[in-house]
Write a protein that binds this ligand. Structure first.
Ligand code: ADP
Length: 495
């Protein structure tokens, strides 16, 4: 290296100092001066960001540069010195507040007339906010990526079909199970509508109308659909379509999952067939026993054998109970396989209630059953099935309340409906059980009633019958005080 001319060098240095002062006044950034090999920081004006040096310091690296970045800074310095070119780096610093900050630092070498470095002039600005935003963005990206991987893993490994529709009814996502079922690649299927993905017109139309409904109402749609599968034959699917709502509260897409329930359906069918077969088989001998008991009872009465006649009356009652149970099972299996028919015919509800009242007076001695007077109310309904609903509610009121208590039955016209209520003074029902009473085979699990026989099908049948009449059924109850079961049916319009 050529020896530096001290005069020229010093002159150069004082010129450089003057320029540095001008820079300090002209900029709001951090400005600094370093000796030629950066071993000494001659001066640093830190603004609000870094602490001023005051006098030249040799331990500037420890004072300003974050330990993690020191090696990077050293490497950049070495490169700049070697090439006598600009030092440029974004790195972390320890700020005047003792916090961690980010700076973008640039320094240029000031050369003397021999081309040797006299010193370095640097300017650095505070980029902490930008870096923080970048870091937050990066973190958000990583989290989004991770979430995506997570959802992908779930959606790719479920046998269920998972998919998303855009508002133009085209698929924007289909999981591997669905692509597999279609026998298509992602590229072939995405962006296409149902019809283009091989759905039959009725089926495509049905889902597109459901999508319209979801977009308009933001409601979830659940349904069951059966259609032929290319290799597996006829399959039954259960599907749920839900709206995906954006920040503005609008539906931005529709997410769906579909499950193949063919096996479950087939098992249910087998169970129903079994119940139906057993019930039929039990009914035949039961009918014979009932008629033998009736004949024997008659003969006992004729022979003035009162003891036998009474016993046979009791046997008859038990047989009736058995018949009702078996009929209940038969009805459930008919209902499940869609064989229940509602035979709509106009009739006067008051007359049906009168019949039920007469029967109740003849058979129920354990309770005070009070039928409230009612007006003539005409309904267009299945008389026998509505009678079944009355009987079910009445026999439950008897079953689940103590002997001697009162049961009230009332029918009131309310606008376009008639509301029927059956109120008892029994044990009542706890609130969590109330909405579930109408489920098939649901029974309350209370020690108090564990001895009361039943299969949890009576209310299910009532609910199905009322539903099929376009009516509603529900229960209200105060535990310990009693319950009221209500149903509403549309009344016939007066001609
Ligand atoms: P079952 O009486 O054969 O069990 P139901 O479907 O008729 O079946 O009734 C379902 C359940 O609802 C019953 O097990 C009982 O726990 C409850 N329940 C029905 N009616 C009443 C009532 N009047 N009071 C209290 N609990 C009742």
């Amino acid at each position: 290296m050529a020896p530096i001319n001290p005069i020229d060098h010093n002159q150069g240095l004082s010129e450089s100092e003057a320029r540095y002062r001008a820079l300090v006044t002209a900029t709001s950034d951090v400005v600094y001066r370093m000796n030629p090999d950066w071993s000494v920081m001659r001066q640093l004006e830190g603004g609000d960001f870094l602490t001023d040096t005051g006098k030249p310091i040799a331990d500037w690296m420890a004072k300003y540069i974050h330990p993690v970045d020191q090696e990077r800074v050293k490497a950049a310095i070495a490169g700049a010195i070697r090439t006598k070119s600009m030092f440029q780096l974004e790195h972390r610093v320890l700020t005047a507040d003792g916090e961690l900050g980010w700076t973008s630092s640039k320094a240029v070498p000031i050369l003397d007339d021999k081309g040797e470095i006299i010193e370095w002039f640097g300017a650095a600005n505070n980029i902490s906010d930008r870096k923080q935003m970048e870091e937050a963005l990066q973190q958000a990206k990583e989290e989004a990526e991770q979430q995506k991987r997570l959802y992908e893993a779930v959606a790719s490994n479920t046998p269920d079909l998972v998919y998303i529709f855009g508002l133009d009814y085209s698929f924007t996502y289909a999981n591997p199970a669905l692509l597999n079922m279609w026998g298509k690649t992602r590229e072939e299927a995405i962006g296409k509508r149902l019809l283009e993905n091989g759905y039959e017109p009725w089926h495509a139309e049905m889902h597109e109308r459901e999508i319209d409904h979801i977009v308009n109402t933001k409601e979830t749609v659940r349904g069951e659909v059966a259609f032929p599968h290319a290799t597996l034959g006829r399959r039954v699917y259960d599907y749920i379509l839900v709206p995906v709502i954006n920040e503005q509260g609008e539906v931005e897409s529709i997410a769906g999952t579909t499950r193949d329930i063919s096996e479950i359906k087939a098992n249910e069918q087998r169970k129903n067939d079994f119940i139906s077969m057993v019930s039929h088989e039990l009914k035949t001998p039961l009918t014979s026993v009932i008629s033998y008991v009736q004949i024997t009872q008659k003969r006992a009465a004729e022979n003035n054998d009162q003891v036998s006649a009474d016993m046979l009356t009791r046997a008859g009652k038990q047989l009736n109970k058995m018949t009702n149970m078996i009929n209940g099972f038969l009805n459930v299996s008919r209902l499940e396989s869609g064989h229940i028919q509602i035979d709509h015919k106009p009739f006067n509800l008051a007359l049906l209630v009168q019949e039920i009242k007469e029967e109740a007076m003849a058979t129920i001695y354990s309770h005070k059953v009070l039928f409230w007077p009612m007006d003539e109310i005409w309904v267009n309904a299945d008389r026998e099935k509505i009678g079944q609903v009355f009987n079910n509610l009445l026999s439950n009121a008897v079953k689940y309340s103590s002997t001697g208590s009162q049961i009230n039955i009332a029918c009131i016209a309310m606008g376009n409906d008639v509301q029927v209520s059956v109120t008892d003074e029994g044990m009542g029902i706890n609130p969590p059980d109330l909405p579930r009473l109408f489920e098939r085979y649901y029974r309350v699990k209370e020690a108090e009633i564990s001895h009361i026989a039943g299969f949890g099908i009576g209310l299910y049948l009532c609910a199905e019958i009322i539903k099929r009449h376009g009516g509603t059924i529900w229960a209200e109850s105060e535990p310990g005080k009693g319950s009221t079961f209500y149903f509403k049916l549309p009344v016939m319009e007066k001609a």
